[in-house]
Design a protein around this ligand. Structure first.
Ligand SMILES: Nc1ncnc2c1ncn2[C@@H]1O[C@H](COP(=O)(O)OP(=O)(O)OP(=O)(O)O)[C@@H](O)[C@H]1O
Ligand SMILES: O=P(O)(O)OC[C@H]1O[C@H](OP(=O)(O)OP(=O)(O)O)[C@H](O)[C@@H]1O
Length: 230
């Protein structure tokens, strides 16, 4: 019986996750060949490393297939409708900072706020015969945010990558995406709405509330928590 810890298998979060655990006396490593998704944990007994895509970690936590997992707040909130019941936040890790924002073309000089957007969206529909298209991969979060803001005349267009390019490619009029330095937005002539911050995200260690815990796993979890908080 081992405690399963899911960490990103590649990408921007992997290395920093390994560093974060190393600072707390736990050595995570990828084992085998560069392309083999196998890993090891040293510094504590009874913990198994599971290498996963950051995007899959929320689902694996909610399914109880892993006990602990590292991924961004944005992905947990987007993918788990009832995230508070399914996972517990163990620690914010202090990297992977990114904001989920709404952005429109810089040339829309009259659109700086959600209120402006609402007005433009209604006019857009009347003029073009279809709703204003918002490209995003964060469907649930964006829908909730725009509903709360009272904006209704829009449609979501799915974009799983290179989202800022959809405006130039004319498959969407605006985007809802993650930004960190803001460079991608600037390069694609997009500006953030003044009140268009949907969510602030950072890499976080989560615990599954639904995974089964044997007595041995509970003891390991306690030992691991002690190392992390001390
Ligand atoms: N430019 C950025 N700077 C900092 N963090 C970012 C940036 N873009 C995304 N992130 C964060 O990184 C996390 C994982 O994103 P990433 O794109 O690496 O995962 P993914 O799409 O699941 O990867 P994979 O290609 O393995 O499926 C998310 O929580 C996201 O908020
Ligand atoms: O504000 P910046 O520092 O410019 O970062 C923002 C970009 O980073 C992410 O994309 P990623 O690199 O994951 O590529 P993707 O578009 O394929 O998702 C995000 O989707 C933005 O496009």
């Amino acid at each position: 019986m081992t405690l399963k810890l899911g960490v990103p298998s590649k990408g921007r979060l992997m290395e920093k996750t390994f560093d974060w655990f190393a600072k707390r006396g736990l050595q995570l490593s990828r084992t085998g060949s560069e392309r083999e998704y196998a890993g090891a944990v040293e510094g504590i007994d009874g913990v198994e490393l599971v290498l996963l895509s950051a995007g899959e970690i929320p689902r694996e936590l909610a399914a109880g297939n892993i006990h602990l997992g590292v991924t961004g707040t944005d992905l947990v909130h987007e993918k788990l409708a009832r995230w508070e019941q399914e996972v517990e936040e163990v620690a914010e890790m202090g990297f992977g900072f990114a904001d989920l924002i709404l952005a429109v073309p810089t040339c829309w000089v009259d659109v700086e706020t959600l209120e402006d957007l609402d007005a433009v969206a209604a006019a857009f529909r009347a003029e073009h015969g279809h709703r204003l298209r918002v490209a995003t991969k964060y469907h649930r979060l964006v829908r909730e945010f725009l509903t709360d803001a009272g904006v209704a005349d829009y449609q979501l267009v799915d974009s799983q990558g290179a989202t800022e390019g959809t405006v130039k490619n004319e498959t969407a009029e605006m985007v809802a995406d993650i930004t960190s330095t803001g460079e991608t937005l600037r390069a694609n002539h997009l500006k953030i709405l003044g009140d268009g911050l949907v969510l602030k995200s950072q890499a976080t260690l989560w615990r599954s509330r639904v995974a089964p815990y044997s007595d041995a796993e509970k003891a390991t979890l306690k030992e691991l928590r002690d190392k992390i908080v001390s």
